[in-house]
Design a protein around this ligand. Structure first.
Ligand code: UD1
Length: 426
């Protein structure tokens, strides 16, 4: 298994190109199931999860072709053509590896009226059930049975529009319901829908495919079903989690960096915290400019929330940054239980963090110290890289396959701006 070695202390200077968003690319690829015509997606990041998704879709009969990126961050172009759906089972082996596989449920039901999808099972960041996805499908007239670890779903007379009120915000359940409703008979209303930019991006792509959708980006989305969708071309939105992660890399390591091909409004909940910490953040015509001098960042209190609040996917990285800040910070994680697994790893590097239920109390220390650490999940892995940038000496991060699921060549992007980081191949 590959490892990453970081030697701390280098300032970052230069430009980092931001890739297309993993969390937009995956549902967009799934949307190809809704049409017999080709869906052409550009700016698709080169990630393990994208490759998994291509493999899953191919098993349903989708013809997947792709042209690799020409430059780092530019992304690949995927052509996905689901002329005929030849199979409707999503096996345990793939769904367990990647929870986003569960998104095929709605589109398969909408297109062919039947789907058998493995339950995802537990994952490292909590129980993550799929009850909201199933309730949404039932509201569209789907009959559901659970047997042998699989969801067996049928809609013999096709889907019909319904009113779905989500008891709390779920990105995945909103996406599943949105895609299914595009081909349902009649009108569907999604209340308390997720407002994440990736939902808006998916909705725009579906609209380009001929769907009739109103209210994207608000908590009420109204979908007027149409009999069929056609092909479309769509560029994947920039990755706000990658944007935020690199912004915090500059904050922790110091230096001057321009993040290109992105948009500061995507990390609107992070920027005020960076500014409060003493980091200079300015929009540019290509993205975002960041600058931090030698002084230590200042402690801040943060709570994770659905968009437009502070994203849970940036919580671990922020914690690494605050571990070196002046003063005491409080981080409340409200989206996932058990999403503090990076805490013991950061502690191995000298961080002083106490977890009390859903709150982590971070007492900033003057300096972190390099150590061998283990990546526990995707976003936690990037927090260890960030900590390594600021630490004295050498940090070796094990289990970087987590990182490869969601960050495109993170070590290349960081070493190009001066970080002392390299992948150790096994
Ligand atoms: C998506 C993102 C993930 C991000 C998360 C929250 C993708 C591919 N992944 O995950 O990176 O961390 O949003 O911003 O886009 N829940 C239920 N029942 C359900 C569905 C969810 O209880 O049926 C719970 C989850 O356990 C979690 C919360 O709702 O506690 C939010 O989860 P959700 O928004 O659905 O996250 P994902 O779509 O899985």
């Amino acid at each position: 298994m590959d490892r990453i070695r970081v030697r701390g202390g280098a300032r970052l200077d230069g430009e980092i190109p931001i890739s297309g968003a993993k969390n937009a690319a995956l549902p967009l690829m799934v949307a190809s199931l809704l049409s017999a015509e080709p869906l052409v997606l550009s700016r698709v990041p080169d990630l393990a999860d994208v490759a998994f998704m291509a493999q899953l879709l191919a098993a349903f009969g989708v013809h997947v072709a792709h042209e690799p990126a020409t430059t780092l961050g530019a992304g690949a172009t995927y052509v996905l053509k689901a002329r005929e759906i030849t199979a409707t089972t999503a096996e345990y082996d793939i769904v367990r590896k990647m929870r986003a596989s569960f998104l095929v449920l709605g589109p398969l039901l909408a297109r062919v009226g039947v789907a058998k999808v493995s339950l995802p099972g537990g994952c490292a960041i909590g129980a993550r059930p799929v009850d909201l996805h199933l309730k949404a499908m039932q509201a569209l007239g789907v009959h559901i049975e659970l047997a042998e670890g699989y969801v067996q779903a049928r809609a013999d007379d096709g889907l019909k529009g319904g009113h779905i009120v989500f008891p709390f915000v779920s990105v995945g359940a909103t996406e599943n319901a949105l895609m299914a409703a595009t081909l349902a008979r009649g009108t569907t209303i999604l209340d308390n829908a997720a407002r994440e930019p990736e939902i808006v991006d998916l909705g725009r792509c579906l609209t380009a495919m001929g769907a009739r959708i109103e209210g994207l980006g608000s908590s009420r989305i109204v979908i007027e079903g149409v009999p069929r969708l056609h092909g479309a071309r769509h560029p994947v939105l920039p990755d706000r989690i990658e944007t935020g992660t690199f912004a915090m890399a500059v904050a922790i390591a110091g230096g001057t960096v321009e993040l290109t091909g992105t948009d500061g409004t995507l990390i609107g909940a992070l920027i005020p915290h960076l500014t409060a910490m003493g980091v200079e953040v300015m929009p540019t015509n290509r993205g975002l400019h960041l600058h931090r001098n030698g002084f230590r960042p200042v402690a801040v209190d943060v709570e994770t929330e659905p968009f437009p609040g502070f994203p849970t996917d940036l919580q671990a990285q922020l914690m690494a940054l605050l571990a070196t800040a002046q003063g005491t910070s409080h981080i409340r994680e409200t989206i996932f239980e058990n999403r503090f697994m990076h805490v013991p790893e950061l502690a191995r590097m000298g961080a002083d963090i106490r977890v009390d239920g859903e709150v982590a109390v971070v007492h900033g220390v003057e300096r972190l110290k390099g150590a061998p650490v283990m990546a526990t999940d995707l976003r936690a892995s990037s927090s260890l890289v960030l900590a390594g940038l600021a630490a004295e000496g050498e940090t070796i991060i094990n289990r970087v396959y987590h990182l490869d699921r969601g960050f495109e060549r993170l070590e290349d992007k960081l070493s190009a701006v001066g970080a002392n980081i390299e992948r150790l191949k096994e």
